[in-house]
Design a protein around this ligand. Structure first.
Ligand SMILES: Cc1cc2nc3c(=O)[nH]c(=O)nc-3n(C[C@H](O)[C@H](O)[C@H](O)COP(=O)(O)OP(=O)(O)OC[C@H]3O[C@@H](n4cnc5c(N)ncnc54)[C@H](O)[C@@H]3O)c2cc1C
Length: 506
C-alpha cells in the first residue's frame, strides 16, 4: 500500500485540477485520478468570472487564461430589437472587470499544463471504485485500464468527481433537490449578424428565452428552452434548422447559424449536499452542488470550493494549524455559498422562462427599471462576478470584540468579506506557503507587536505588514483573501487569541 500521498483527488474536471494545483503549490503530495482516458473536449462552462480569475492569479497561472479567453465587457437583455437592460462589467472593483469567455476544455487544458509544470501527471483511465474512511486515513481502491486493482491509503480523499460522484454515493449523502420539468437546447455554433458580438445577449420572447454567449470571434453558444419534458418521447438532439428557427423566432432578426461544433439537449438539475465533509473525505464542485447553467456559476463555484479547501488542508497537513477550526469551516462556508448560487440561478432561470403576456410585460418593465438603477446594477455585477461572495457567518471568523469599532469606518471590509484586490500587488496566499497577512499602519507600536507575532508564527504570517484598507484599523486576511479578523489598530489581544485558536491543539 502506498502511503506517501497526502491527498487523493478523484476526478480531473476543472475542480479536481484546480485543487491539485493549489495543494501541490502548497507542498502537498497529491495523486489525481480520472476514469475517462482522454481530456474532455466539450465547451460546457464558458465563463470564468472576476473572482475566479483573482484566485487563479494567486495560483500563479492567470496570464495564460487571459491570453486564451475572450474578454467580454458586458451583457444585454433584449426583447427582439428592443434592449431592456445593459450590464457593463467595466466598473467592477477588480483587476479583471470582464467576463472571460473560454470553453471548459480549454480551461481544463490550461490547468493541466500548469499542473504538469508543477510535476503532477493526471492518471487517466484510473477509476476510484471504493474506499473506506478510518479515523486516521482513507483506504481507496483504484481500477487501472488493464483491470489491475491498486489499494492506496491517504490521509485525505477529495471527491471532485462531478454530478454522479462515486465519493458522494459511497458516503450515502443525499443529493437533495429537483430536476426541472423542461427541455433545453444547446448549440455550440458559428453565427453571423449577432449584435454586440463580444457580449452575452439574452432575448426574452413570449415563446421562451434565447441566450447567445460569445466563445471566440464568430463562434457562439446558443441555449434556448424547448418546452416541457415528455418522458415518453425523449427529444432528439436539436438540428441546425431548429436552431435557426429559434434564432429567427426569438432573436433580433438577421442572425445566421452554421458549422455546428456541439448540438445537445440538457435538463436543469438543482441539487446539493448539506455537508461537504465527512471526516477525512471532502466533496467539491458538481459532486456537491449542481444548478442551472444560467448565470454561469457552476464551474466557478466549484473552483472556489477547491481554493477554499486547499490552504486549510495544507496548513493542517504541515502541522501549522489545528485540524478542527480550519477543516470544520470548509463545509459551512462553501455550503452557504452553494445555497446562494443555487437560489440565484433558480430565480434567474424562472424569470427568463416566465410565461403569460402580462407577467412578461411586468417582468420586462421591472428589469429595465431595476437594471437602469446604478446601485442595483452594481449589486448584480458583483454577484455575477462572484465578488460579493464571502463568509460573514463563518466559524473561522475571529468575531473580534471591536469588530464594529474603528475597523469598520469607511469602506473597509468586515470579517468574512473579500479583501480588496489591487492590480499588480502580490496577492495574499500567493507562493509556496499559505500565509495570513496583516494589514495595519506600520507605526512603532504595530511593528513591535507584529515582530513578536512573526517570531512566534513564522510559517503562518507573512513577514511584512501591509498597508491598512482605511486609516484606522487592523485586518488579518486569510490565504484565500477573505478577512478573518477586523478590529481597531490597538487590538493585539484579539489577534493573539485568534492565532492561538487556529494553531491550538489538533
Ligand atoms: C451545457 C453546460 C453548460 C454549462 N455552462 C456553465 C457556465 O457557463 N459556467 C459555469 O461556471 N458552469 C457551467 N456549467 C457547469 C460546469 O460544466 C460544471 O460545473 C463543471 O464541469 C464542474 O466541474 P467538476 O470538476 O466539479 O466536475 P466534472 O467537470 O463533471 O468533472 C468530474 C470528473 O470526475 C471524473 N470521475 C467521476 N467519477 C470518477 C471516479 N470514480 N474515478 C475517477 N474519475 C471519476 C469524471 O470522468 C469527470 O472527468 C455548464 C454545464 C453544462 C453541462
Amino acid at each position: 500500500m502506498a502511503t506517501e500521498t497526502d491527498v487523493l483527488i478523484c476526478g480531473a474536471g476543472p475542480v479536481g485540477l484546480a485543487l491539485a494545483a493549489e495543494l501541490t503549490r502548497y507542498g502537498l503530495a497529491v495523486r489525481i485520478v480520472e476514469k475517462i482516458p482522454q481530456r474532455n473536449d466539450k465547451s460546457k462552462a464558458l465563463v470564468i468570472w472576476s473572482r475566479t480569475l483573482e484566485l487563479i492569479n494567486r495560483m500563479g497561472c492567470v496570464e495564460k487564461f487571459l491570453a486564451t479567453g475572450l474578454h467580454s465587457p458586458g451583457a444585454n437583455i433584449s426583447s427582439g430589437k428592443e434592449r431592456i437592460a445593459h450590464i457593463n462589467f467595466d466598473g467592477a472593483d477588480t483587476p479583471y472587470p470582464f467576463a472571460l469567455m473560454i470553453p471548459q476544455n480549454e480551461t481544463e487544458r490550461l490547468f493541466e499544463e500548469f499542473l504538469n509544470t508543477l510535476g503532477v501527471p493526471i492518471e487517466r483511465d484510473v477509476e476510484l471504485t471504493a474506499f473506506t474512511a478510518a479515523p486516521d486515513h482513507v483506504a481507496s481502491t483504484l481500477r487501472h485500464a488493464d483491470g489491475r486493482e491498486e489499494k492506496i491509503e491517504t490521509p485525505w480523499l477529495a471527491g471532485c468527481d462531478g454530478a454522479h460522484s462515486t465519493v458522494r454515493n459511497q458516503l450515502a449523502l443525499p443529493f437533495s433537490g429537483t430536476t426541472q420539468p423542461s427541455d433545453w437546447m444547446l448549440a455550440d455554433v458559428h453565427l453571423t449578424g449577432v449584435p454586440n458580438p463580444d457580449q452575452t445577449n439574452a432575448f426574452w420572447h413570449s415563446a421562451g428565452v434565447l441566450i447567445i454567449f460569445p466563445i471566440t470571434p464568430g463562434r457562439f453558444r446558443v441555449i434556448a428552452d424547448a418546452g416541457l419534458t415528455d418522458a415518453k418521447n425523449v427529444r432528439p438532439e436539436p438540428t441546425l434548422e431548429e436552431m435557426q428557427a429559434v434564432l429567427d423566432q426569438r432573436g433580433p432578426g438577421g442572425i445566421k447559424v452554421s458549422d455546428p461544433i456541439w448540438l445537445a439537449n440538457f435538463h436543469i438539475n438543482e441539487r446539493k449536499v448539506s455537508d461537504y465533509r465527512r471526516g477525512r473525505v471532502f466533496l467539491a464542485g458538481d459532486a456537491a452542488h449542481i444548478h442551472s447553467p444560467a448565470g454561469g456559476q457552476g464551474m466557478n463555484t466549484g473552483i472556489q470550493d477547491a481554493c477554499n479547501l486547499a490552504w486549510k488542508l495544507a496548513l493542517v497537513a504541515r502541522g501549522t494549524c489545528a485540524a478542527d477550526p480550519l477543516l470544520n469551516s470548509y463545509s459551512p462556508e462553501r455550503s452557504a455559498v452553494g445555497d446562494q448560487v443555487l437560489k440565484a440561478a433558480g430565480i434567474f432561470t424562472s424569470v427568463a422562462i416566465l410565461q403569460g403576456e402580462w407577467k412578461q410585460s411586468l417582468r420586462n418593465h421591472l428589469a429595465s427599471l431595476l437594471l437602469g438603477f446604478a446601485p442595483f446594477r452594481k449589486l448584480a455585477v458583483n454577484a455575477a462576478e462572484e465578488l460579493s461572495i464571502g463568509y460573514p457567518a463563518s466559524p473561522l471568523n475571529a468575531h473580534a470584540k471591536d469588530h464594529d469599532g474603528a475597523a469598520q469606518h469607511g469602506h473597509a471590509p468586515h470579517e468574512g468579506h473579500r479583501a480588496p484586490v489591487t492590480a499588480g500587488e502580490i496577492p495574499v496566499g500567493a507562493g509556496r506557503t499559505p500565509r495570513f497577512a496583516l494589514f495595519t499602519a506600520a507605526n512603532d507600536d504595530a511593528k513591535k507587536h507584529f515582530a513578536a507575532l512573526v517570531a512566534k508564527y513564522p510559517t503562518l504570517l507573512e513577514p511584512n505588514l501591509r498597508p491598512p484598507f482605511t486609516a484606522n484599523g487592523l485586518w488579518l486576511v486569510r490565504p484565500d483573501g477573505y478577512v478573518a479578523l477586523a478590529t481597531s489598530p490597538a487590538d493585539w489581544v484579539d489577534l493573539q487569541d485568534y492565532l492561538a485558536r487556529i494553531t491550538g491543539p489538533a
